[in-house]
Design a protein around this ligand. Structure first.
Ligand code: HEM
Length: 497
């Protein structure tokens, strides 16, 4: 037995050695520099033992060859390329989408809650995206806005009744708001927003990137084949609870027959169609309760985690920059003086708050890098780089957001960068907290509304103080693969006089 294990180990090591060397030569032959620091296992595996978050490893690769349009890396059993040039980035995410429609991750059959838009690829992804997009049109968001605003107002009452939440673990406190808002938007709003919901605990658990989850994601990203071989299921433990909840909500909504303009409404109308069909490809999909639960499940995770992170990082930076905080307060107070209610349209007029959020997301993008996989041979225009089917493409969002070519003084918090006068096209191209192109975040506008509504009501009633632990002067992050989580800060909410 020991001999067998040793033989397997030697075979794996030989394979990794040959694969690393092959990849290095592969990219060098094409005139592309290679990330040789981790030539055999690549950045996704470097993450498993390094002290840095995965997106900062991607940033260091991004910085290694300042002049190169791309850097070759290993992706365990495959090859990968970190693309830097903005024309190539645009080419991969949008212009030649047909060659890069795959997210670079695959889920395994039977992983019911992972069967959502984000993890699907090809024709099935297209069909899903077509049918779920209508939930996020401007008119749908406008009619849904009352749910978000009510959650934000109820959140303030909740803080007033529970002053213990004003200090200590602000991220958790903001997550309770996000969970109530997304819960209302997905399932409908009751007479009161629910801040202590089992869904929040589930969403937090599902996106709590334990070592096991980070490992699963690294494997699914680095090699769908291995993930398939081990039958990795990402969200198995939440299936029973979540699918059951969605079934009950849909059945209740069918019985009630009232429109609430939320996701549950869409579920009921999709199920009336019996099958979803893509007329171009002929592909059909049955909108079963399980299928709809998978979509709602991901909305829940995205509506809580990255959304709460966005509020948190904005508040952290506002607390560190009193002059910016004063301007945000002024804008909010003026708006409340002019308008009785903060409607969708009123919220969208608040430009300075928008600039502050944009700048916080530039400094600390909640999702630190994105990936795609090439599904047919093609050529990247800048550098004339031939890309073969199967190559994974990494785009280092965090790296681009901190590149001084696009954002001078990249580590400074300057909302003015995002004013109408200062915004430049190249800056737009390098700024992508919600990704870009055909697979851009489907919930981008929803998320912006939720974050803004939460901040407007919070900052109308409270001012803030940012505390950086151990007298550090820099915001630091936890060791996560893709998600950005702050490790050394907190925010205190102080009632305004
Ligand atoms: C501030 C909060 C959020 C951030 C920063 C964020 C960021 C992202 C990013 C970076 C991507 C990948 C885009 C790409 O690959 O080009 C993504 C995809 C996605 N997001 Fe979000 N997101 C947020 C909130 C939401 C919300 C609230 C929802 C749903 C209600 C949502 C639904 C999705 C979906 C379904 C995808 C997959 C799109 C596809 O593959 O076609 N996100 N998001």
């Amino acid at each position: 037995m020991i001999v067998l294990i040793l033989l397997i180990l030697v075979a794996v090591l030989c394979f990794l050695y040959l694969n690393g060397t092959y990849n290095e030569n592969y990219w060098k032959k094409r005139g592309i520099p290679f990330y040789s620091k981790n030539k055999y296992l690549g950045p996704l595996f470097e993450f498993l033992y390094a002290k840095q978050p995965g997106f900062q490893i991607m940033q260091s690769i991004y910085k290694t060859h300042p002049e190169a349009p791309a850097v070759g890396v290993v992706s365990l059993f495959g090859r990968a390329l970190l693309i830097k040039d903005l024309t190539n980035v645009q080419y991969v995410l949008a212009t030649d989408f047909n060659s890069f429609s795959h997210r670079g991750m695959e889920i395994n059959e039977g992983d019911i809650l992972a069967d959502s838009i984000i993890f699907n690829n090809g024709k099935r992804w297209k069909l899903m995206r077509q049918h779920i997009t209508p939930l996020f049109t401007s008119s749908k968001l406008k009619s849904m806005y009352y749910i978000i605003d009510k959650s934000a107002q109820d959140f303030i009452d909740y803080l007033k009744k529970n002053p213990q939440y004003l200090k200590g673990n602000a991220f958790e406190t903001l997550s309770t708001f996000c969970s109530a808002a997304i819960g209302g938007s997905v399932f409908g709003v009751g007479t009161e927003s629910i801040f202590d919901s089992p869904f929040l605990k589930m969403a937090q658990k599902a996106s709590q990137f334990t070592l096991k989850m980070n490992f699963f994601f690294a494997i699914a990203n680095a090699s769908p084949k291995i993930s398939n071989f081990f039958g990795i299921k990402l969200f198995k433990e939440h299936e029973g609870f979540f699918i059951d909840a969605i079934k009950q909500i849909i059945r209740a909504r069918e019985r009630e027959n009232v429109k609430r303009h939320d996701f549950a409404d869409i579920c009921v109308s999709l199920q009336k169609n019996d099958v979803l069909k893509d007329h171009d490809t002929g592909l059909e999909l049955k909108p079963t309760d399980e299928f709809l639960a998978a979509q709602a499940f991901f909305f829940f995770i995205a509506g809580v985690e990255p959304s709460a992170t966005t509020m948190y990082i904005t508040l952290i930076e506002l607390g560190r920059h009193p002059e910016v905080l004063a301007k945000v307060h002024e804008e909010i107070d003026n708006t409340f003086e002019k308008h009785e209610n903060i409607t969708h349209d009123v919220l969208c007029e608040m430009e300075y708050l928008d600039m502050a959020i944009n700048e916080a997301m530039r400094l600390h993008p909640p999702i630190g890098f994105v990936s795609r996989q090439c599904v047919q041979d093609t050529v990247l225009p800048v550098g004339n780089i031939k890309i073969e089917k199967g190559t994974t493409m990494f785009i280092a969002t965090y790296g681009m957001h901190h590149d001084e070519t696009y954002f001078p003084e990249p580590n400074a918090f300057k909302p003015e960068r995002f004013s109408k006068e200062n915004k430049h096209n190249f800056m737009d191209a390098a700024y992508m907290p919600f990704g870009k192109g055909n697979r851009i975040c489907i919930g981008v506008r929803y998320a912006q509304l939720q974050v803004k509504a939460g901040l407007v009501h919070l900052l109308r009633n409270y001012t803030i103080r940012t505390i950086l632990h151990d007298n550090e002067d820099e915001v630091k992050y936890k060791r996560e693969l893709v998600q950005l989580r702050v490790s050394n800060a907190d925010v205190e909410f102080i009632p305004r006089l």
